[in-house]
Design a protein around this ligand. Structure first.
Ligand code: ATR
Length: 267
């Protein structure tokens, strides 16, 4: 029996267990996915304990993503982002840390036939999600403009991301006029009918991904659809970060449709 799980605090409402277990059932894998809530000070012990117990893989969420970077051997992208959300315990050396949030966003866009290479992308938000998405888009060859309520955070992030620029939210209208891709990486719109992007700034030449998945149809996505833009909801990003983790851990192609169904039936 392979044991996987999620480390976070709190993790009670996570959709990762049903999403991963649906994949194990589909492929006939002898595996389970559990949730663990260590105290913040115990994160090092938790990971060393998981390694000693032979746990196969862990996802990591708030508040541990940054701290875990210091405990595992992080991949280059995770190091640049400054956060780990997936740990693979395979092999005899220190466990490897990955950041599949970035790749999850890219796959969500690519699976909707949205091109990134050479395109102009705007990321709203410069927190944990914004960092991962900005690095991911830049790695995929997009030119990235980062707009954040706290402009200094956007500028600091832009200084670390290749070809990126940092702005306040007031610049959104101008930035979006020439943009091909827009990603909301703020929490605005979560469980509220609010949007960080002025409706008038949206247009039919945009593809819009909202990292918020509750509700699935955020005000931003509704405005974007009204403007004729292509829309991608946050459940796709959640799905593909899980798909990436599954594939790192098992070395098998994930049953994406089954995982998607398990996720969406609970949203
Ligand atoms: P996460 O890890 O989910 O990205 P975070 O690191 O707390 O969470 O970042 C939250 C992001 O949402 C930030 O970009 C934040 O902007 P600030 O850096 O200015 O705080 C943004 N955000 C949260 N509430 C917002 C609001 N009401 N309007 C605009 N941006 C908001």
């Amino acid at each position: 029996m392979d044991v996987y799980g999620l480390l976070g605090n709190p993790v009670g409402h996570s959709l990762s267990p049903p999403m991963h277990e649906a994949a194990y059932d589909e492929l006939g894998l002898e595996a389970r996915y559990a949730t663990f809530e260590p105290e913040e000070d115990d994160i090092g012990d938790a990971i060393r304990g998981a390694d000693a117990l032979g746990i196969a893989g862990l996802n990591v969420t708030i508040p541990f993503k940054q701290a875990v970077l210091e405990i595992v051997a992080p991949e280059d992208l995770a190091t640049r982002i400054g956060a780990v959300n997936t740990i693979d315990f395979a092999g005899s050396g220190p466990p490897t840390g990955y950041n599949t949030d970035a790749v999850g966003a890219l796959r969500a866009l690519r699976e909707h036939d949205i091109a990134l290479e050479g395109e102009q992308a705007v990321v709203v938000g410069a927190g944990g999600a914004g960092r991962a998405i900005a690095f991911g888009l830049a790695d995929a060859g997009a030119t990235v403009a980062i707009a954040n309520r706290t402009e200094s955070k956007a500028r600091d992030l832009a200084a670390a991301v290749p070809r990126a620029t940092g702005h306040g939210l007031a610049a959104l209208e101008q930035l979006l006029a020439d943009a091909d891709v827009l990603v909301n990486a703020t929490s605005v719109g979560m469980d509220a009918d609010a949007t960080p992007v002025p409706e008038d700034a949206l247009h039919g030449g945009l593809a819009v991904l909202d990292a918020v998945y509750s509700p699935l149809e955020t005000r931003l996505l509704r405005d974007a659809a009204d403007a004729g833009a292509t829309t991608v909801d946050g459940a796709w990003m959640l799905l593909y970060q899980g798909v990436e983790a599954f594939e790192i851990w098992t070395g098998q192609d994930a049953p994406v449709d089954v995982m998607n169904e398990a996720l969406r039936s609970r949203l």
